[in-house]
Design a binder for this molecule. Structure first.
Ligand SMILES: Nc1ncnc2c1ncn2[C@@H]1O[C@H](COP(=O)(O)OP(=O)(O)OP(=O)(O)O)[C@@H](O)[C@H]1O
Ligand SMILES: O=C(O)[C@H](O)COP(=O)(O)O
Length: 406
């Protein structure tokens, strides 16, 4: 895989329009960025290219808008923060669209060493389309803006999207520094992993992430399950889960996982209690909720589970204490609200206390660690990719990496 260092050494960058596909999908509270980790992670590559004299065109998705402009998902706040992080002598010009007049004129006005950010790629249906022709047509329009493509959005390399997969096929391309670093660390977990190897899974993208367990059953010694995913496991074991997040159609799959784990000697660690409420908490006002703690065999019918409970926190900490390697993706609960953050806090603390090599992966997981006040240097590696790192560990071909190799 060619890197930006190769491009710069070969003299291909100065005066060129370089399209940097970053993952600036940061958590927002209205227009306030609650964690800027992914923006900070994008800065070294952007700075290096700008210092080498490129006209840098940065592009990203944010959230999951429906293929048309939606102000809730505008990258405008990200442009402002990126400008602050790049420093006083490097302003960020923000284009109000992705491939329209604003993008074209913004790029035309860029001088060498200057930086622009395009509006959310997913405001265009072609970006995420499953139809190759529709995606290709959008990639053609993106390609017209640039001379060179740099893939640096590690968090999105598992998506077969126009800017990730189709665009690099249309331009000379290279990997940015973030992708090189992420792949370097995660590779270690696919090779000689120190054992016991424990994996902690949580979060809300349940259908995206359940499949990874199929692979983990061949690799991990222990799998701890929290977050939205845990309720499908509880249901598969015959418990009632009230109004909690449930992937009904995945119950047979989960049952098979539980049986296979037993046969292989892989330990599944499931919560013994949960904290829930009769309504989803208000994440904007953070108004006090009415949390109830229930054993997993006594979750009331009107309660939705929003965190693992106090006994589970102790159990999870004990199961992580003697691990030699830990990979963690997905918060244990709705950590954005203080009444449901303790499970996530306990897992973060357990990772810090453990002598293991620890990797935390995922936009919200990494954000949770920082928002809850932990020192990110206390972990072995904090990856900007959640789904991406899981799929990398699964050994899958990731479209955004394959495209850079070609
Ligand atoms: N029990 C639960 N019910 C509903 N949502 C939950 C629950 N537990 C955790 N969550 C939510 O999961 C979200 C994070 O999940 P997600 O799968 O996106 O993780 P991630 O680390 O961001 O990974 P990725 O980078 O792949 O997005 C948080 O916003 C959190 O509130
Ligand atoms: O947060 C993430 O995992 C990445 O930014 C990818 O986002 P997506 O799951 O909406 O494709």
């Amino acid at each position: 895989m060619k890197t930006i260092d190769d491009l710069i050494a070969e003299g291909h960058v100065a005066g060129k329009r370089v399209f940097v596909r970053a993952d600036l999908n940061v958590p927002l509270d209205g227009e306030r960025i609650t964690d800027d980790g992914r923006i900070r992670a994008a800065v070294p590559t952007i700075t290096k290219l700008a210092e080498a004299g490129a006209k840098v065109i940065v592009a990203s998705h944010l959230g999951r808008p429906k293929g048309e402009p939606d102000p809730k998902f505008s990258l405008a706040p990200v442009a402002a923060r990126l400008g602050e992080l790049l420093g006083a002598d490097r302003q960020v010009a923000f284009a109000a669209d992705t491939v329209g007049d604003s993008a074209r004129t913004t790029v035309e006005k860029l001088g060498d060493g200057q930086v622009a950010l395009l509006e959310n790629l997913r405001f265009n249906a072609g970006e995420t389309s499953k139809d190759d022709t529709e995606r290709g047509a959008f990639a053609d329009r993106l390609a017209a803006l640039a001379d060179i493509y740099v893939g640096d959005g590690f968090g999105a390399v598992h998506r077969k999207h126009a800017s990730v997969y189709d665009l690099p096929a249309r331009l000379p391309h290279a990997a940015g520094g973030l992708i090189a670093t992420e792949v370097g660390v995660l590779k270690k977990l696919t090779e000689d992993v120190a054992r016991p190897y424990a994996v902690v899974l949580g979060g809300s993208k349940v259908s995206d992430k359940l499949g990874v367990i199929d692979h983990l059953l061949e690799k991990a010694d222990r799998i701890l399950v929290g977050g939205g995913m845990l309720f499908t496991f509880l249901k598969a074991q015959g418990y009632e889960v009230g109004a909690s997040l449930l992937q009904e159609d995945q119950i047979p799959v989960v049952k098979e996982y539980l049986e296979r784990a037993k046969a292989k000697g892989v330990e599944f660690v499931l919560p013994v209690d949960v904290i829930g409420d009769t309504a989803f908490p208000d994440l904007k006002t953070k108004a006090p909720a009415s949390p109830v703690t229930a054993a997993v065999d006594a979750i009331p019918a009107d309660v939705l589970g929003l965190d693992i409970g106090p006994e589970s926190r102790k159990l999870f900490a004990a199961k992580l204490a003697d691990a030699a390697t830990v990979f963690w993706n997905g918060p244990m609960g709705v950590f954005e609200h203080p009444d449901f953050a303790e499970g996530t806090r306990a897992v973060a603390q357990a990772l810090i206390d453990s002598p293991a090599f620890t990797v935390v992966g995922g936009g919200d997981s990494a954000a949770a660690v920082r928002i809850l006040g932990f020192d990110e240097n206390a972990f072995g590696h904090i990856s900007t990719g959640g789904g991406a790192s899981l799929e990398y560990l699964e050994g899958k071909t990731l479209p955004g990496l394959a495209a850079l190799e070609g």
